[in-house]
Write a protein that binds this ligand. Structure first.
Ligand SMILES: Cc1ncc(COP(=O)(O)O)c(C=O)c1O
Length: 427
């Protein structure tokens, strides 16, 4: 392997033929691999099976968790999530099996009714807009796209979204109603917002009185190293500036216990809690408190959650390492054709390939039996202006599969780059 960027046409043509031969060998294996979605593997879910052994549903207060009641969630569940978020139990709402659904419901409330500070429902704001740090989580963007918001990209940095841009935009435009954030081990880069970024979010001036920060702590306890990264809590910081009604923090146990069968939670101000409960109470009597209680008895408190996540980590670290090792061994020697993130937590690695190559890489992978998240899907409207980003999710497949998938991925990256370099030279 040599630096592709220094090769002439003949050398690239020889390299292309060699890569095509390698690629065909992978195709002949009839692989069926998937590194598309951030799903836990079966072994991780096995770790939580004891949760289902519980058969006494009497709460600490002596009530029966099997019955209706307590829309805001069981007191002990509010305490557990308060511990995880770093807020007060009274500021926590415990929901059902999906935090994404809670986010959807809140956007829906803004759209149909507005929030107490709104001058009108968001549906009546003709040019309503939402900020989307990119690359970001496709399902966040899909919600605001569905409700007719214009999605405005803001570049991510290793310290969080570019705050100069965020502050300028939100100060000038009252039609911007909110921003999506994954502040810890972001999806997909794995970046954690700096203390300064969080402070700037807490105090920033917004033209819209009803601007909301959707602060998705999906990976708040999903550490991949021994370093337990903890950051200032946005809700608490915002109180210092009287901006606490602007903040909705979310999390869930989807990647702690069972995705789709876990428990979700919101942390927000007292005012927001009252308003949210008023609206939610028309929609639902109470969430699944049996599952809430099972989770509390199984996980206990933040310490218990962290101990459980340490078991996940043992399985996940080798998978992340396998991807990074393959990239280092197979891509680094080819020159500056790709770079990737080195997350300290979360569920993803971002791979940035030479601009103009990401779609081709994903297509080549697909035709050899490896499904990746569609190129561009981490950007609003699925359009990566550089056609460079690929989100790699190494958590679901077995270690063997991750190793094979990473080798194949590297062949596809190199082939796509060589094709692009040859095409450029032909121009
Ligand atoms: C950033 C982020 N938020 C939310 C979710 C979904 O969470 P839930 O299962 O609680 O709806 C995911 C799942 O991948 C995610 O990556």
């Amino acid at each position: 392997m040599a630096n592709y960027l220094a090769m002439n046409r003949e050398e690239l043509t020889v390299e292309k033929a060699a890569l095509e031969a390698e690629y065909k060998k992978f195709q002949a294996k009839g692989l069926k691999l998937n590194m598309a979605r951030g799903k836990p593997g079966p072994h991780q879910m096995d770790l939580a099976m004891d949760l289902l052994k519980m058969n006494d549903y009497t709460t600490d207060a002596g009530t029966d968790a099997r019955n209706y009641g307590e829309l805001e969630g069981l007191q002990e569940a509010r305490e557990l999530f308060a511990d995880v978020f770093g807020v007060q139990p009274g500021e926590v709402f415990v929901g059902g099996n999906s935090s994404l659904q809670l986010m959807y419901n809140l956007i829906n409330i803004g759209y149909v009714f507005g929030f107490p500070e709104s001058t009108c429902p968001w549906s009546q704001v003709e040019k309503r807009k939402f900020l989307c740090p990119v690359p970001g989580y496709d399902r966040h963007f899909a919600i605001t796209e569905e409700f007719g918001f214009e999605l405005i990209s803001v570049p991510m940095t290793p310290n969080g979204p570019d705050m100069d841009i965020v502050e300028k935009l939100v100060a000038e435009d009252a039609d911007i109603k909110g921003i999506w954030c994954v502040p810890q081990y972001s999806n997909p880069d794995g970046y954690t917002y700096s203390d300064e970024t969080i402070e700037r979010f807490a105090k920033m001036k917004t033209a819209a009185p009803d601007f909301k920060i959707f602060w998705d702590e999906a990976y708040i306890v999903h550490h991949l190293t021994d370093e337990i990264i903890e950051t200032p809590v946005l809700l608490n910081e915002s109180k210092k500036y009287g901006n606490e009604d602007r903040v909705f923090m979310f999390t869930s146990t989807s990647k702690i216990t069972f995705p789709g069968a876990g428990v979700s939670a919101i942390a927000c101000s007292e005012n927001s809690m009252k308003y949210m409960c008023k609206r939610f109470s028309v929609m639902i009597i109470s969430y699944d408190k049996m599952n809430q209680l099972r989770h509390v008895r199984f996980l206990k408190n933040k310490e218990g959650v962290l101990a459980h996540m340490a078991k996940h980590r043992r399985r996940l670290v080798p998978c992340f390492d396998a991807v990074k090792t393959a990239f280092k061994n197979n891509l680094t020697p080819c020159g500056d054709i790709a770079h990737w993130t080195n997350p300290k937590g979360g569920y993803f690695i971002s791979l940035y390939v030479m601009p103009g190559c990401a779609k081709r890489v994903a297509g080549l992978c697909k035709d050899a039996g490896l499904t990746l998240t569609g190129a561009g899907s981490a950007y609003p409207y699925h359009k990566d202006p550089q056609d460079s980003h690929l989100r790699i999710a190494p958590t679901y497949p077995s270690l063997d599969e991750v190793e094979t998938a990473s080798e194949l991925l590297c062949v596809c990256v190199r082939l796509a780059v060589v094709e692009k370099l040859l095409a450029d030279k032909a121009d």
